[in-house]
Write a protein that binds this ligand. Sequence first.
Ligand code: ADP
Ligand code: ZN
Length: 526
Amino acid sequence: GPWRDRFADKTPQEVLQAVFGFHDFRSLQAQAVENVMHGQDTLVLMPTGGGKSVCYQIPALCRPGMGLVISPLIALMDDQVAALRQLGLNAAALHSELEAHEAAQIRADMATGLLDILYISPERLLSSGTLDRLTRIPLSVIAIDEAHCISAWGHEFRPEYRALTALPRHFPAVPRIALTATADERTREDILSALDMPQAEVLVSSFHRPNLNIAALPKGSELKQLMGVLERHRDAASIVYCGSRVRTERIAASLQEKGWAALAYHAGLSPQEKRAALLRFRSGEPLVIVATVAFGMGIDRPDVRSVVHLDMPASPEAYYQQIGRAGRDGLPSETVLLYGGEDMARARYWLDQSAAPDSEKRIMSARLEAMIALTETTGCRTRALLHCFGEELEQPCGHCDNCRNPVLTFDGTEAARKLLSAVYRTGECFGALHVISVLRGRMTDAVQRHGHDKLSVWGIGQKESETYWRSITRQLIARGALKTEGRFGGLTLNQPVARPILRGEEAIHLRADPLRPTAEQNMRRT
Ligand code: ADP
Ligand code: ZN
């Protein structure tokens, strides 16, 4: 067939300008394109919005043959194909949601050399018929998009990606480029080894997004806190992440009641409902999407002004990707994480209960602990986040919550001892609410029923507010001195950590949460 003389006489730079309408390559793009042009396998680590697509699209056009792009999500593929067709290119996507005649047309175009770029899902690629057809035509490049999906360490592991290990066997002469926005060392190594490309050049761009103002707040009355953030971005789009489908529905309904244009989005919606939600989101109208992690890859609205987490993400990687959906246009944007001790304890509990193999649990647990540490950090939050990706920010960012309002810490040894004693004396089976009532000497039905007003710990914390004790509880959970047992979340001591604190062998410093200074605390600036 007439293979691709269309761009054969043009340099990548010329194609960038003539086809894509961009004046210059962004820093790493030029290197990535040059690598592939020379047949050098490459791994590109670039944050969402960094411009990964160009890295494989241009070599796909400039090298002879069809560009093959492996992508995990149908919506993502369809978006990319639509964008490429707008530019006048012949692009198509081969996946499970096509009608038989559509797939047949694509196969025909492929065989006659009409396609510039083909997007394909991994399961489709590795079906024997497809592989046979592909080995019979020249390929310019194989791009593995969202390459972190190959890593079990990754938060978006897709078992189908594992089969991509077979690629070099089938296409030994075709250069490969893997791309991802997940950059931690472990994921990187997994990708290189799973794709069997030890010789690949690894190109890492900075993950710093200076236009994101990152903040995290202890959860109080969450709807009020949420609306406080949304209020600042009335005429724009916002994304609110929740940990469950039920919660997205409930929060979206509450927002609607208060007059917000809000929509729930989760994996339980029908394909039509999802499509309708995405259309509204992309239309540019002011909208709050209340979503689970199902609202993820391929969300490309540049003017999202705020991302709020009502529940803690499972890892720093997931957190980074989700807040990264704010401010893709480069304008200042706000991200707020609301966190609470119960959430942390529950996340640990469910992880512990999960049926996953121990090796996976260990990995997930390490990531969860990194996330918890990130929420409790007293230093620059941007710096702490980038540190998770192996990037060191020389100066504090200057605009995260901890930079703007340096965190006060206080000697919390006595408070911690009081709380741990109260948990112990009440029998290690009650939730935070009850334990705090006992500490504060507040008579409730449960206190009366269990005779907890007779305990030595009754009322020993009455000078402090409930919010204060909640903060102490959360921080002791975060430090691992307290955990929750069973599905009802009764607090218990985690002996190895709790014992030295109870015995007064360990002094501990706690963060004074915003607006919670008290007279007796011995405040000092960190
Ligand atoms: P990623 O896949 O890394 O999230 P995309 O490839 O979707 O990023 O690109 C993000 C945005 O940047 C897109 O709107 C794209 O048009 C734009 N872009 C990419 N490369 C360039 C460039 N060299 N010059 C200007 N804009 C670019
Ligand atoms: Zn900072």
